[in-house]
Write a protein that binds this ligand. Structure first.
Ligand code: GDP
Ligand code: MN
Length: 428
């Protein structure tokens, strides 16, 4: 094989062979920047790929459902969802199964604060050959009728209920202020409970006791691109803690004291601040100074967490445990509307190592950008959660306009904070 150009992002030789055998060609190649494709001398065959570098595990063997799945690692697709969202989650499952999971058969785990209906279980299980777990607590050994147990699947009350130190009256007053500031879902208590659970509790559910990685999936999201390698293996093999697709600014009025509380926590626990942290990214005040000002020192730039592929080891660490408990006691999950997205992002930016880097390529400039250690931007996973997209430039993607960020109002464009990430954590 005579490769004129083999960029470092090229995954592995066997991939090349597989592709060329199947005669895959791309018209996009001629428009794609050089870093995105390889081509063979003497032919015009060009192959566009956004796959990450390194050895990638293909679904050739060891990924059949059940016991056949010897190559699968300890991971699950994970969804907190309501019974009445069954249509939406079925649609999201169809997208993810079609583009990825029918090849790898990772189990699904569903969580709910009320028991799942039989209809929910039937309809979701019908979308996958993989195993479905419905967040049930471990089966006591004396129980033989598992059908009964299925009906008892729940998030433990102590993980979902509003904590005892939250004052109801203060919650109501605060939600009025949030409403005045046009904070969505301000007075919906369950939304606050959901954000808190996603921040610091989901990974403590007994059903996840032996699970390390998860891929979070929400109802109605879309996946557009065929992904042909084991994404969880990629995370594990490359020592990644967290994978994201979209970076956004948050509404400062939803988190006015999140950063001040974080600063307090850091003062009490300077030992948790990683020496190679991403603090400059967190405190940027150049691009949207008013956001930083209203959020009292935090740029509000965060990984949009309705998509996340992550290693729960990080959430289970002492640093994160202490940080979450500090925030939980401070009350902002209820008196403000702290989202799990900024909470996760701040923790990653402070307590995660930024020295072991993963290299990616800028969309606008053909030079190589550096991403924070342990954090990976999946540029090959086409994704939409209303109203934002991640639309890679790849023939593997269908139904996603390349480069599109939003199909909503044009002002939404300014909510994109990827340039921030590249500026501080990359080399842009
Ligand atoms: P948004 O994306 O911020 O607009 O919020 P969503 O309404 O999509 O909620 C985020 C996720 O949490 C979705 O997967 C919802 O299905 C789930 N969710 C939100 N509130 C509840 C709730 O009260 N109970 C359950 N079981 N799931 C919830
Ligand atoms: Mn959502």
């Amino acid at each position: 094989m005579d490769l004129l150009l083999v960029p470092s992002i090229w995954p592995c030789e066997s991939t090349w062979r597989n592709r060329t055998q199947h005669g895959e060609r791309s018209k996009l190649g001629q428009y794609a920047p050089a870093f995105m494709f390889s081509f063979q001398r003497g032919t015009d065959q060009k192959i566009v790929t956004n796959e990450p570098e390194g050895i990638l595990w293909r679904a050739d063997t060891g990924y059949g459902p059940g016991a056949e799945g010897t190559n699968r690692i300890n991971a699950t697709l994970l969804s907190l969802v309501r019974n009445e969202e069954v249509e939406g989650i079925v649609q999201a499952m169809q997208d993810l199964e079609r583009t990825w999971n029918h090849k790898f058969n990772y189990p699904w785990t569903f969580f709910n604060d009320v028991p799942f209906t039989e209809e929910f279980k039937r309809r979701t299980q019908a979308e996958t050959k993989a195993q479905c777990n419905y967040g049930r607590t471990p089966v006591p050994t004396f129980v033989s009728n598992t059908a009964d147990i299925c009906a008892a699947e729940l998030i433990p009350k102590e993980h979902w209920e509003v904590p005892s130190w939250i004052d109801d009256e203060l919650f109501n007053e605060s939600s009025e202020i949030l409403k005045e500031n046009e904070i969505q879902y301000a007075n919906l208590k369950s939304y606050h409970q959901m954000c808190r659970w996603n921040s610091g509790l989901f990974y403590k559910h007994p059903a996840l006791k032996d699970t390390q990685f998860y891929w979070r999936v929400e109802p109605k999201v879309h996946f557009f691109c065929d992904v042909d390698y084991d994404v969880f293996r990629y995370m594990a093999d490359h020592n990644k803690t967290y994978g994201f697709t979209i970076n956004l600014y948050d509404a400062p009025a939803s988190i006015p004291t999140l950063w001040p509380e974080t600063v307090k926590f850091l003062a009490a626990h300077p030992e948790y601040l990683h020496e190679n942290n991403a603090m400059p990214w967190l405190v940027d005040q150049d691009r949207r100074p008013e956001h930083n000002m209203k959020a009292n020192g935090y740029s509000t730039c965060h990984f949009w967490s309705n998509f996340e592929i992550a290693d729960m080891t990080f959430w289970r660490s002492q640093a994160y445990e202490d940080y979450f408990n500090h925030l939980d006691r401070a009350g902002g999950f209820f008196y403000e509307r702290w989202g799990d997205a900024p909470v996760h992002s701040i923790a990653l930016g402070l307590f995660e190592d930024a020295s072991k880097v993963h290299w990616y390529v800028s969309l606008s400039k053909p030079h190589i950008l550096q991403l924070m250690s342990g954090v990976n931007r999946f540029r090959d996973i086409g994704y939409q959660h209303i109203p934002y997209f991640n639309c890679p430039n790849s023939p593997k993607c269908k139904g996603c306009m390349t480069g599109r960020f939003t199909d909503g109002e044009s002002w939404l464009m300014k909510e994109d904070c990827r340039p921030n990430w590249f500026k501080y954590v990359g080399m842009g």
